[in-house]
Ligand binder design. Structure first.
Ligand SMILES: Cc1ncc(COP(=O)(O)O)c(C=O)c1O
Length: 458
């Protein structure tokens, strides 16, 4: 770390002494002191005590405007009063009946009503479990084994998807993954029709394509809608399934997710995050004939084997009532569209700051998300009119920690919490006050970095 980065780190620690003490305890019991890789931060993370609407407060009493949004789960903001009431009421009725219950039926009805391609839904405990089941369904339905996925696309941490996320590997499987499993993942560049067509020419036996329909990491490397149409066509021609991983996009870009906006119907959809109202949960939804592989009666009548699917916390009633309430509030409303507009406003305001400071970076993104392009190739860009589609995906995703880490600290010092790459989500609770305050905090944070010589204006 440079001397100037060190002084930033010291300034951060001076504001967060109780968090620092907590981190010292944490490293003795948790690897790296954290429970999610994205929460790792040097010199130490902030420990959050409470959160409400768009804001949260750490154990040292510092206030932050929050753009992590429960890793994208909180479209309605923290502790939405109606969701809190639903959870409280359910807690008094029992947290786990170990039985079928009304709330799971209502939750599934809402999902089937909102997600255009969902004829049946099966609940899981997380998005990762949802993609695990989606691939199992695809393999069982098609009788094939190979999965086509895209570089950088994230589908959770289960064994059958990490090859794509971890990127080019020279055929070395990700650590801990069986080579035989990794060999079934064919990973191609997002947006590259020739590579997809070549993969099909070489492997006519794909069970499924799985894709993040707005591009890797909610559009950090964006994906055009006509590419989704291309994927729909090529999967149909090759009798393989198309899986939209809508764990992030579902109930966020629109009540019916990206499939509603793009008008492209996948065979199977994976869901999580917003769907469970800020509590743990996930789901696989899809065509009846595919989902029937989980159905006792349908498989018996068809003389087929059934996919087994237990799961202690599937459709836990606490998550069911929170999720149902969230879907009731956003379904049929213009909340998603309004949050998308706020996202656009925020990106524009941040880009204006970059232009004012003559920094050749850009904030980009779609819908209610934002990402930062730190321009490692020093392109001559205009922040305010930046078009991320003109930049190769790998360059957009380049992760320059020498500037991103100090920027994160400078933002925290100025009361804003974003993800480590300076990306994040807006929620319905973010109003003009939060957006303006965050814009000014961005300006102050960048001025701090420029003054410290960590970032250079042109
Ligand atoms: C697109 C996508 N799929 C799957 C997952 C995994 O979901 P979970 O973290 O609930 O296991 C995520 C999580 O960020 C995601 O963004």
């Amino acid at each position: 770390m440079t001397e100037n980065a060190n002084s930033l780190s010291e300034a951060f620690s001076a504001r967060t002494p109780i968090s620092q003490q907590m981190a010292e305890r944490a490293v003795k019991v948790l690897p790296s002191g954290v429970t999610h890789d994205l929460r790792y931060q040097e010199p130490h993370p902030i420990y959050i005590e409470k959160a409400l609407g768009p804001r949260k407060w750490d154990v040292d009493g510092n206030e932050y405007i929050d753009y992590i949004g429960g890793h994208g789960a909180l479209l309605l903001g923290h502790s939405h009063p109606e969701i809190v009431s639903a959870i409280e009421a359910q807690a008094k009725l029992g947290t786990h009946p170990g039985a079928a219950h009304q709330a799971e039926v209502e939750w599934a009805e809402k999902i089937c009503a909102l997600v255009p391609s969902a004829e049946r839904v099966r609940f899981t405990s997380s998005g990762t479990e949802a993609t695990l089941m989606a691939l199992r369904l695809a393999r069982a339905f098609t009788g094939r084994t190979k999965i086509l996925q895209f570089t950088g696309h994230f589908h959770g941490w289960q064994d059958h998807v990490v090859s794509g996320y971890e990127g080019p590997s020279d055929n070395i499987p990700p650590l801990g993954i069986l080579p035989a499993i990794a060999a079934e993942n064919i990973v191609v560049e997002p947006g590259n029709r020739d590579q997809v067509a070549a993969a099909f020419a070489q492997n006519p036996d794909f069970a499924a394509i799985i894709v993040e329909p707005t591009g890797a990491h909610f559009g950090a490397t964006p994906m055009a809608i006509d590419f989704l149409t291309f994927l729909r066509d090529i999967t149909r021609e090759n009798k393989c399934l198309l899986i939209f991983d809508e764990v992030v996009t579902g109930f966020r870009v629109a009540p019916g997710g990206m499939q509603e906006l793009a008008d492209v119907m996948p065979d199977v959809t994976t869901l999580g995050k917003i769907m469970a109202g800020g509590l743990p949960g996930g789901a696989v939804a899809g065509r009846l004939d595919i989902m029937n592989l989980l159905d006792f009666q349908a498989t018996r009548e068809a003389g087929q084997r059934k996919i087994a699917h237990p799961g202690t916390f599937n459709a836990n009633p606490m998550s069911a009532v929170a999720g149902s309430k969230a879907l009731e509030i956003l379904g049929g409303s213009d909340i998603c569209a309004k949050v998308n507009e706020k996202g656009e406003q925020f990106r524009q305001q941040l880009n204006q700051v970059l232009a004012d400071l003559k920094l050749k970076w850009a904030v980009y993104g779609t819908y209610s998300g934002f990402h930062l392009f730190t321009n490692s190739q020093n392109r001559n860009i205009d922040s305010v009119n930046f078009d991320s589609a003109e930049i190769p995906g790998q360059e957009l995703a380049a992760n320059d920690t020498t500037v991103l880490s100090p920027l994160r600290l400078a933002m925290l010092i100025n009361g804003i919490d974003t993800s480590p790459r300076f990306s994040g989500f807006l929620s319905a609770a973010h109003g003009n006050a939060e957006i303006d305050q965050s814009t000014e905090a961005f300006r102050r944070a960048l001025e701090l970095l420029i003054k410290a010589g960590i970032v250079e204006a042109s």
